[in-house]
Every structure is written in structure tokens, then in C-alpha cells.
Design a binder for this molecule. Structure first.
Ligand code: ZN
Length: 486
């Protein structure tokens, strides 16, 4: 007779397989699927998702979890088995509280709302989206109430992306950051446009850009034996196991850095997934500690490493060899300044490293007000524009460049935005620790030797997968809590 733990592992392995299949369908949808196949694909996705959900929330899973919890009671907190039972049980108890009818209704409403959002955005007409968003907010509130929370309704939503984090904690960290960053952005804006990055927008042939990005990924230690890079309209990374990790990028011939930094960013996500210990691959622990921790890896590579003087010192001379004509007469300092240009802008996804967080503060504040019924959907565009003016000093000329720009709310992803900024903050905290542990790190980067950093990240962060909550992981790695100060 096998133990509860053994039977639980077998069951969770099958559930993880279904998840991998779902991810593979999603990857294919965005990378290789013919344009007319979307309707058929939505059925495949819905069926696999429902199968996985049913298998996971079944009574049998609960019985196995309970039995296994007794069997692992004597093991250390960070052992594989104790962590597996703890993490799976937490997720099981959350998802069990959400009625299946609500899950189905949310999926249906989000699909309609997404279509309405696309139309509204194209027409820059918020009124087309408004009734759909109202329905999304109603269902989001119902969902939060089902999941449960102690203090704030928003906590229930935030917890889906940042396990065990509370709204008040995130608000405190973001307030600290905002107090420093809003005046900084205003001071930069007042100085005027000092940085000319026009040379980045000459002609840079597609194939040469692609090959360059592949070389940088290899230098970062991304293993093409267990992964691929492809093209997608909106770059993303997905994984089916630590041994099958797919990243995507997008190249524009009139922009040298768009594709390069997309590849480095997604490469950061991809290294995380390749770095999870293979033993955790067919378990729910094959994942990042949280969305914010995952984003910390992409931001660390993209912004802290990729936009550093050290990185430019090694890679700019190589770029100049490949792209002789557009980079003729450009020196490394000019390049470094150009890729770090700061300028308030309307679109979050195109924002620079400094102004980016201001876009997040605004969304974080507005979505709390929406789910706590302090702001109506009808008043949302006006509230958006007022906050843009207050924090970035600019007013969107239309809703396409304002409240309609992001897909998240259309798909019911409320509680997600803070993860982007937490990722920025954690990236700095982790990098500072790496610098302490490896005093020669910047020297290595300036030589194009990036494997030392990958090794440090793998040992301290990647290998653990989802074993720890973000707060536990930050404590383990840095010896302290999450902070905006660094
Ligand atoms: Zn990312």
C-alpha cells in the first residue's frame, strides 16, 4: 500500500501535466497557430483547463493532502515534500472556496469583455467598454468574497499573484517609492530633452538583430538544448518543464533596443524557469515564488545588467561591428545615455525604467477604489487622467492612450499590477546581495561573463521554485524584508 504522499505526488504530477499541455496550447496560439484557428483553440483550452481544475479541487485531492500532511509533519519546512504539501494545500483551500459556476461565468464574461475592450481601444471610445467592465468588477468582487480575506477585499486578489502579501504592506512600500520618485521624474522633465536617442531609430536589419539577441541569451546562460526563442506580437515566456522553456521576442527594424531588451527581459524569466530543480518539474512547485519575484528576474537582467555601463562596455563595441552604418560615430557613453533616456509618456509598456513605476501607482490606487466600490466605472476615465496629470504631469489626449491601454482589467486581472513594481524593487535588492557575495560581479559583466550571476541567481532563487512565499524568499536571500530604499 503506497502512502498518501506517494499517491498525492502522482495526482499532482498529472495535474501539472495538464497545466503544461494548457501552456503549450497557449504558446502555440501566440507563436505558430494559423490566424483562423482561434475558435477551435478556445475549446481545447477550455477543456484542458476544466479537466485540470476538476482534478485539483476534487475531494480525493483533499483527502490525500490531509493524509500527506500528517506524513510530512516531521520534515523540515524547506524540504521538498513538506513544501509540496504546504503549497498545494494552500492553493487547494483557496480554489475550493470558489464555486465552479462563478469560475465559468468569469471565463465567459472575460472573453466578451476582451473583445469589447479591443473594439473600444481601436475606436478610443470608453463607452463601448464600460458595461463590460462593470460586469467584470461585479464578478471580481464576488470572486474576492469567495476567496476570503481578513482586512481588505483587495487582499484576496493580490494574494493570487503575491502569496501572503497584504494590501497595506504593498501600499507602504509603494508610498515610500512614490515619495522619492514623483519629484525625481518632475525634476528630470524640467531639465528638458537633453538626451538624443535618434540613432537608435535608424535601420537595423532584422536577421542581424535576431542573431545578436541569440548570442546575448547564450552568454546569459540560457540553454537552447532545453528551450527556444521565437517571435510573438507581445513578447512573453512560458514553460512546460525546467527542460522546455520558451521565450519570445519582437523585432522592429527601426529600433535597435526594442528587440534586444525584450530578449534580455524574457531571458531573465526563462533563466528562472530553467533554473528550477528538475526534481520539482512535475509538481506545483515548478513556478516562481510570485509574479513579482518572476518579474524581478526579468528586470534585473534587462535594466540593472542590460542598461549598465559594464554591459554596454562589452556589448556596444560588438553592436557597432554588426551595425556599422547606423552606429558610425556613436561612442559607448552616448549609447549608454540613449538606452537610459527618461521621459514621461502615456503608455506603460513603453515607459522607461524611472517613470514606469508611476504608471503602476496609478493603476494600484484605481483598482483598489474599484473593487472597494469607492469609484464607479463611469468615473474611471476622469480619475485616470487626473492621476496622470498629478504624477507624470501629462494628460492623455484620448482614452486609447489612457484608461483603455492595458488588457488586464478586461480580463479580470485585478491585483496583478503591483507585481511589476515589486519586481523592480526586488531586482535591486537581489542584485545588491549578489554584489556583496561577488565583489567582482561588475568586472565580470564588463567582460561579457554573465554565467557567474546566473549561477548566483540559480542557487539563491531559481532552484527553489515556488517553495517559499515572496517574503520568505527575500528574507532568505537578503536577510531582511522587502524595501523601496535600495
Ligand atoms: Zn516580464
Amino acid at each position: 500500500m503506497s502512502t498518501h504522499l506517494e499517491r498525492l505526488k502522482e495526482r499532482l504530477a498529472r495535474i501539472t501535466d495538464l497545466d503544461a499541455v494548457r501552456s503549450l496550447l497557449g504558446w502555440d496560439q501566440q507563436v505558430t497557430m494559423p490566424p483562423g484557428s482561434n475558435a477551435a483553440r478556445s475549446h481545447h483550452l477550455a477543456t484542458v483547463t476544466a479537466l485540470k481544475h476538476a482534478l485539483f479541487v476534487a475531494d480525493e485531492t483533499g483527502d490525500l493532502l490531509e493524509g500527506a500532511a500528517d506524513e510530512v509533519a516531521g520534515l523540515s519546512y524547506d524540504s521538498d515534500d513538506a513544501s509540496l504539501v504546504r503549497v498545494a494545500r494552500r492553493e487547494y483551500e483557496k480554489l475550493r472556496r470558489v464555486p465552479e459556476s462563478l469560475m465559468a461565468e468569469r471565463a465567459r464574461v472575460h472573453a466578451l469583455s476582451y473583445e469589447a475592450w479591443v473594439r473600444a481601444r481601436d475606436a478610443s471610445d470608453f463607452a463601448l467598454f464600460r458595461p463590460h467592465l462593470e460586469r467584470v468588477i461585479d464578478l471580481t468582487i464576488e470572486y474576492a468574497e469567495a476567496l476570503g480575506y481578513e482586512e481588505r477585499r483587495y487582499d484576496a486578489l493580490l494574494d493570487r499573484y503575491e502569496p501572503e502579501m497584504k494590501t497595506t504592506q504593498v501600499a507602504a512600500v509603494l508610498a515610500e517609492l512614490k515619495a522619492g520618485q514623483v519629484p525625481l521624474v518632475q525634476a528630470i522633465a524640467e531639465r528638458g530633452r537633453l538626451v538624443d536617442n535618434g540613432f537608435l531609430h535608424q535601420e537595423y536589419p532584422d536577421q542581424a538583430q535576431w542573431e545578436f539577441s541569440v548570442q546575448v541569451l547564450k552568454d546569459m546562460g540560457f540553454d537552447f538544448t532545453y528551450g527556444r526563442q521565437d517571435r510573438a506580437v507581445h513578447p512573453f515566456t512560458t514553460s512546460f518543464s525546467p527542460q522546455d522553456v520558451r521565450l519570445t521576442t519582437r523585432i522592429r527594424e527601426n529600433d535597435l533596443t526594442w528587440g534586444l531588451f525584450s530578449s534580455i527581459h524574457e531571458g531573465g524569466h526563462a533563466l528562472y524557469d530553467q533554473g528550477v530543480r528538475v526534481e520539482l518539474g512535475r509538481t506545483p512547485l515548478f513556478d516562481g515564488a510570485s509574479y513579482g519575484v518572476h518579474e524581478s528576474q526579468s528586470r534585473l537582467w534587462e535594466n540593472i545588467v542590460g542598461r549598465s555601463r559594464h554591459f554596454c562596455a562589452h556589448y556596444f563595441p560588438r553592436l557597432r561591428k554588426v551595425f556599422r552604418k547606423p552606429l558610425a560615430g556613436v561612442d559607448v557613453e552616448t549609447f549608454y545615455r540613449a538606452v537610459n533616456k527618461v521621459e514621461p509618456s502615456f503608455i506603460r509598456t513603453e515607459a522607461d525604467e524611472v517613470t514606469y513605476n508611476l504608471h503602476i501607482f496609478l493603476r494600484f490606487e484605481l483598482e483598489q477604489e474599484l473593487v472597494e466600490r469607492r469609484l464607479s466605472v463611469a468615473d474611471l476615465p476622469e480619475a485616470w487622467n487626473a492621476k496622470m496629470k498629478e504624477s507624470l504631469g501629462i494628460t492623455p489626449p484620448d482614452d486609447t492612450r489612457g484608461v483603455l491601454q492595458d488588457v488586464h482589467w478586461a480580463e479580470g486581472l485585478l491585483g496583478y499590477f503591483p507585481s511589476y513594481t515589486l519586481g523592480n524593487l526586488l531586482a535591486v535588492q537581489f542584485y545588491n546581495q549578489a554584489l556583496k557575495d561577488m565583489p567582482d560581479l561588475t568586472g565580470q559583466i564588463a567582460q561579457g561573463q554573465l554565467l557567474g550571476l546566473r549561477g548566483w541567481l540559480r542557487a539563491n532563487i531559481h532552484a527553489h521554485g515556488k517553495k517559499f512565499t515572496p517574503a520568505e524568499l527575500v528574507q532568505r536571500v537578503t536577510g531582511g524584508g522587502m524595501s523601496a530604499a535600495p
